[in-house]
Design a protein around this ligand. Structure first.
Ligand code: ADP
Ligand code: MG
Length: 555
C-alpha cells in the first residue's frame, strides 16, 4: 500500500454526513440518481477536455456508465470511464464541501423540524454523500488522465476517510457501495436486485445521453445491456413527454427536488436552429443573492453537452431559470469568447428572455396563485432587470407587483394602481424603506393618507435603485413621497400656503440658524396631519436606506 493517509472530513461535511447516515428521508432511491448524474457529468467533462486539449491521452471510443451488482458481497458499483479525479481533487471535492450556501443550509436545518429538514436535503442537492443513506461503507477508485497513478478513497462516513495511491486503476471512477442490510422500517429497498436498479434508472435517469449498462442476470453468461432510452426530452414532440418526465429532468439540471412552477418549450428554425427546454422553479435557491451564484441554463450542441451556466443565454436577473438550450449550428468546441460575440446567440437570448417574461404574464392571467409564488420567490431578482435590461423594462413592469397602502396583504400590479388613481393624480406615489412597518409609521405617509392617495411600499434593496432609473409607467411618473415637494395642493391651497410661509418667516429663519449645519432649510409643511415635524430629503438626495447601503459598502 502506497502513500496511505487517514484524513478528517471538514466540519460542514461531517455534519452533512451525519445527516445522511441517520436520514429518515423516505426516498432513498435518489442516491442512485446522484451517482449516475456525477458519472454523466464526468463523461461530459472528459469529452470536453479532449476537444480542448489535443495532447490529453484518454480513450473516448466507448464512453458509458456501468452498474454492477454483487449479491453475495452486497455491493453495488457505479462505474464510469470519464474524467476521474486526481488525489488533490478527491481530497478537495469529496472531503470538503465547497458549495456556497452550505452554512446557511445547515443553519436552516437546525431551525426546522425533522420532516421539513428532509425537504431541505432535496433542495440542497446532497450529491455524493447521499450514498451514506444506503451504504455503511463507500469505496471510490479513480484516475485522472493526467495522473500516472490512481487513487483509492474509503470511508464509513464517520469523521474520517482513508486515501491511498493505486497502480492499476482504469480510466474514470468507480464508486462501490457496501449496502446496509435491507430493512423495511428504514425504507431500504433491496438494491442488489437488478429489477429494482433498472426501475430506478428508468425513473430518474432515462434521459441521460450516455449509455447506462447493467448485466440483467448473474453469472458469466450475463451480458450487460443498455437500460436507459437516452432520448433527449427537448427533442421529443411536446405531446409525447409526460409531466413526470419533465419533473425528473428538471431535478437533473437543477438539483432541486421540488416540482418546477412552469415548464417552457421553444424552438427556432431557419438560419439558426435551436431547441430549448426551460423551467421556472417554484422556490428560490438559498444562494439567489450571492455573488458567485451561477446561472442555470446549459448549452448543448446537437445533443452534446457543452457547458453549464451559460450566461450568454440568460441575463443575470433571470439567473433562477433552469434548463437546456440545444443549438444545431455551433461548433462542438465553441468557447465562451466566441459565444459572447455570436450574433445568433444574442438573438436566441433575446427570444428566451421575452418568452420567460411572457410566460410570467400568462401566469398572472391564468394561474394567479402560481404568479404570486413566482413573484414572492423571484420578484426581487427580476426587478434588477429594470436597471440592466432597458429593452424589456415595460415587460418587467407589466409583470411586477408591489406592496401598497391599498391592501395590507395583497400586492398590487401597476396596472391596478393606475386604474385606482384619482382623476387629478399625476404620479405613482411610492416610499422606500427597510420594512412595511417603517414606511407605514413614517410621517411622510400622513398627508397622502389624509388625501386618500395610494402609496406603493418598496422594501427590497434593489427598489432604491430602479425607481430613480425608470421614468414611469403608463404615462405616469414615479414620485417618492419622502423627497422634495410632493405636489398635493390646488392653486388656492398653494396661495394660502405662501401666505402662511410669510407669516412664519421669522420663526423659520430662527430655526434654520438654530439647527445650523444639520439641515438645509426649514419649511412649513402641508404633508403632516398628526406629527409636529418631519425630516425630508432633497429631491436629489440619497434616501436613508441607500445612504446606509453606501456607507456599509465603505463609500
Ligand atoms: P455536485 O455534483 O453537485 O458537484 P457531488 O457531491 O455529487 O456534488 O460531487 C462533488 C464533486 O465530486 C463533483 O462536482 C465532481 O467534481 C466530483 N465527482 C463526483 N463524482 C465523480 C465522478 N464519478 N467522476 C469525477 N468526478 C466526480
Ligand atoms: Mg452530483
Amino acid at each position: 500500500r502506497k502513500n496511505v493517509e487517514t484524513l478528517e472530513f471538514q466540519s460542514e461535511a461531517r455534519q452533512l454526513l451525519r445527516l445522511m447516515i441517520h436520514s429518515v428521508y423516505s426516498n432513498k432511491d435518489t442516491f442512485l440518481r446522484e451517482l449516475v448524474s456525477n458519472a454523466s457529468d464526468a463523461l461530459d467533462k472528459l469529452r470536453l477536455e479532449t476537444f480542448r486539449d489535443k495532447d490529453l491521452v484518454a480513450d473516448t471510443s466507448d464512453l458509458h456508465i456501468a452498474i454492477e451488482v454483487d449479491r453475495a458481497e452486497r455491493t453495488l458499483t457505479i462505474r464510469d470511464n470519464g474524467i476521474g479525479m486526481t488525489r488533490d481533487d478527491v481530497i478537495g471535492l469529496i472531503g470538503t464541501i465547497a458549495k456556497s450556501g452550505t452554512a446557511e443550509f445547515l443553519q436552516k436545518l437546525k431551525e426546522s423540524q425533522d420532516a421539513a429538514s428532509q425537504d431541505l436535503i432535496g433542495q440542497f442537492g446532497i450529491g455524493f454523500y447521499s450514498s451514506f443513506m444506503v451504504a455503511d461503507k463507500v469505496t471510490l477508485v479513480t484516475r485522472h488522465p493526467r495522473s500516472a497513478e490512481g487513487v483509492r478513497w474509503e470511508s464509513t462516513g464517520e469523521g474520517t476517510y482513508t486515501i491511498e495511491d493505486v497502480a492499476d486503476a482504469p480510466q474514470g471512477t468507480a464508486v462501490t457501495l457496501h449496502l446496509k442490510p435491507a430493512d423495511a422500517e428504514d425504507h431500504l429497498a433491496d438494491y442488489t436486485s437488478t429489477a429494482k436498479i433498472t426501475e430506478i434508472v428508468k425513473r430518474y435517469a432515462d434521459f441521460i445521453t450516455w449509455p447506462i449498462r447493467m448485466a440483467a442476470g448473474e453469472g458469466d453468461d450475463a451480458e450487460p445491456q443498455t437500460i436507459n432510452s437516452r432520448k433527449a426530452l427537448w427533442a421529443r414532440p411536446a405531446s409525447d413527454v409526460s409531466e413526470d418526465e419533465y419533473a425528473e429532468f428538471y431535478r437533473h439540471v437543477s438539483h432541486d427536488w421540488n416540482k418546477p412552477l412552469e415548464t417552457i418549450r421553444m424552438h427556432g428554425e431557419g438560419v439558426f436552429e435551436y431547441q430549448a427546454l426551460l423551467f421556472i422553479p417554484s422556490q428560490a435557491p438559498l444562494d439567489l443573492f450571492m455573488r458567485e451564484r451561477k446561472r442555470g441554463v446549459q448549452l448543448y450542441v446537437k445533443r452534446v453537452f457543452i457547458m453549464d451556466d451559460c450566461e450568454e443565454l440568460m441575463p443575470e436577473y433571470l439567473r433562477f431559470v433552469k434548463g437546456v438550450v440545444d443549438a444545431h449550428d455551433l461548433s462542438l468546441n465553441v468557447s465562451r469568447e466566441l459565444l459572447q460575440h455570436d450574433r445568433q446567440i444574442q438573438l436566441v437570448r433575446r427570444r428566451l428572455v421575452k418568452k420567460v417574461l411572457s410566460t410570467v404574464k400568462s401566469l398572472m392571467a391564468d394561474k394567479p396563485e402560481s404568479y404570486a409564488t413566482f413573484w414572492r420567490e423571484f420578484g426581487a431578482a427580476v426587478k434588477e432587470g429594470l436597471l440592466s435590461d432597458p429593452e424589456n423594462r415595460d415587460a418587467i413592469l407589466d409583470v411586477a407587483s408591489f406592496a401598497s397602502t391599498h391592501d395590507a396583504e395583497e400586492p398590487t400590479t401597476l396596472a391596478a394602481y393606475v386604474e385606482r388613481m384619482k382623476d387629478d393624480q399625476q404620479h405613482v406615489y411610492y416610499m422606500t424603506g427597510d420594512s412595511r412597518a417603517t414606511v407605514e409609521n413614517s410621517p411622510h405617509l400622513e398627508a397622502l393618507r389624509a388625501k386618500g392617495f395610494e402609496v406603493l411600499i418598496l422594501t427590497d434593496p434593489i427598489d432604491e435603485m430602479w425607481v430613480d432609473a425608470v421614468p414611469g409607467y403608463g404615462g405616469k411618473t414615479f414620485q417618492s413621497i419622502a423627497k422634495g415637494q410632493v405636489d398635493l395642493e390646488t392653486e388656492e391651497e398653494k396661495a394660502q400656503a405662501e401666505e402662511r410661509q410669510k407669516d412664519f418667516a421669522d420663526l423659520l429663519a430662527w430655526m434654520t440658524t438654530a439647527l445650523g449645519d444639520k439641515v438645509k432649510e426649514v419649511r412649513l409643511s402641508s404633508r403632516l396631519t398628526t406629527s409636529p415635524a418631519c425630516v425630508v430629503g432633497d429631491a436629489h438626495d440619497l434616501t436613508p436606506t441607500l445612504e446606509k447601503m453606501y456607507r456599509a459598502m465603505g463609500q
